[in-house]
Design a protein around this ligand. Structure first.
Ligand code: EPU
Length: 425
């Protein structure tokens, strides 16, 4: 089993470069199934979820040429089946995008049901509702989901909840579907916009991505393209939190500052100095953080994927703060781990009340999911003593070279391999 071991207390100092956005990459790679030519994608993050997605496409028959660590060329020409049943699909939530892409290409699709982080029920009813409007009926049997149609036709979809996944999946299914598809109450996250830009660079006709209403005029052909993925908003936010938690001074490069505004605003409210430049951001801090309240919301609200990391900062702030998780039902599983480090947090339903303590103390903890794992790293860096994080496979799903990047900022952090078996989780 691999663990991350951190000797906390070092102030982070220096600069760190942010990788490409995970949640954009895991949408753009399956979108390539729809292309009639070769696509070259740059700024691909070297992380487990993305590598799994590339493996799936390869198994489906695509030619995947990894040019270097962050550039890949994919020729989807040999993908000839609408059926996808691989172990990788069950390991990753984003594999549900295969359904939209395959449906858009073949007017039918069959795929294993997707897996992913566990923070409550993760329904796909809105994805299926959208596919239904386009003319596809669905059925589920033996862990597989099947979509069938007599040819798709554009239509009007009103999402009952703002869903990133449903917005992306409907876009994928609709981009080559004859007629006009309109998605109302669409998600506005940067990765939704990035996928639309990618598809448009292949010749799609998608307007309004980044607003509540996305309009898609189906096209019959999508050509190959060269495309660079946006930087990862949440990786950047995690380094911002780590800089603040350690009273450090860190410049975070390769970022889109606009995407970070909700995080920047909260950090400033906590008394942290955030300086914005064209494509980098400097975060520095001295002294105790101020309490504040945080409510997660779909973009442009405060991102749920930064909720555990901000909770670490509030754990050592001066007073009582409140976090309301308004996106997921159960995203406080990390709280028990943070309490092992001395945090004073009580959770009731979707709310957490945090009484700031003077400091956190190192302890053995688990990464209960990807962002929970990131929060444990931030906590370990800020804590006195040694923190040992188990189940780091969750962290490896979404953070490129996390130990290397934090080490380069002066953190005492390493990966150790032990003979103990991985704990059941
Ligand atoms: N929802 C429904 N029905 C649906 C779909 C979603 O009720 O058909 C509900 C969910 O239960 C949830 C809310 O809508 O309460 C939002 O879910 P959404 O569909 O937006 O989430 P997702 O697409 O499954 C993506 C990110 C998550 C991120 C959420 C919210 C990817 C691959 N995943 O998930 O990222 O938390 O949007 O922003 O893009 C992460 O990166 O750590 C991560 C979990």
């Amino acid at each position: 089993m691999k663990k991350i071991v951190i000797n906390g207390g070092n102030r982070l100092n220096g600069s760190v470069c942010i990788s490409g956005a995970k949640n954009a990459a895991v949408a753009i790679i399956p979108a390539i199934i729809l292309s009639d030519g070769v696509c070259r994608v740059e700024n691909i993050p070297d992380i487990m979820d993305v590598n799994l997605m590339l493996d799936i496409l390869e198994k489906m028959g695509a030619k995947v040429n990894r040019i270097n660590r962050s550039t890949v060329e994919i020729d989807p020409g040999n993908i000839s089946s609408s059926y996808a049943n691989y172990d990788e699909i069950r390991a990753m939530r984003a594999s549900c995008y295969l359904l939209g892409a395959l449906l858009g290409k073949f007017s039918e699709a069959e795929s294993a049901l997707p897996g992913g982080c566990n923070f409550g029920v993760r329904p796909i009813d809105q994805h299926l509702k959208g596919f239904g409007v386009l003319g596809a009926e669905n059925s589920v049997a033996n862990g597989m989901i099947k979509l069938k149609s007599n040819g798709l036709q554009g239509g009007h979809v009103y999402l009952d909840v703002v869903s990133v996944g449903a917005t992306i999946n409907i876009m994928l299914a609709a981009v080559k579907t004859p007629g006009r598809t309109v998605i109302e109450n669409a998600a506005k996250e940067p990765h939704v916009v990035d996928l639309a830009n990618f598809l448009n660079s292949m010749g799609a006709d998608i307007r309004g991505a980044g607003t509540d209403v996305i309009k898609i005029n189906g096209v019959s052909h999508l050509s190959g393209t060269n495309y660079t993925i946006i930087p990862d908003q949440i990786e950047a936010g995690t380094y911002m939190a780590a800089a603040a938690a350690t009273n450090g001074d860190v410049t975070i490069t390769n970022v889109i500052t606009k995407h970070l505004e909700s995080i920047t605003a909260k950090l400033r409210e906590m008394g942290i100095t955030v300086e914005e430049y064209e494509d980098c951001i400097r975060v520095h801090n001295k002294g105790r953080l101020h309490k504040c309240n945080v409510k997660t919301m779909p973009h442009p609200g405060f991102p749920t994927d930064m909720q555990p990391q901000i909770a670490v900062l509030l754990s050592v702030a001066d007073g009582t703060s409140m976090i309301t998780e308004a996106v997921w039902d159960n995203r406080f599983r990390y709280v028990d781990e943070l309490k092992r480090m001395g945090a004073n947090i009580s959770v009731s339903g979707k709310m957490a009340v945090i009484e700031g303590v003077d400091n956190l103390k190192g302890a053995p903890v688990k990464a209960t999911d990807l962002r929970a794992g990131a929060a444990m790293i931030v906590a370990g860096l800020a804590a006195q003593g040694t923190t040992c994080i188990e189940d780091i496979r969750h962290i490896e799903r979404g953070y490129e070279n996390v130990v290397g990047k934090f080490s380069s900022l002066g953190a005492d952090i390493k990966i150790v391999q032990t003979d103990e078996p991985t704990s059941a989780n």
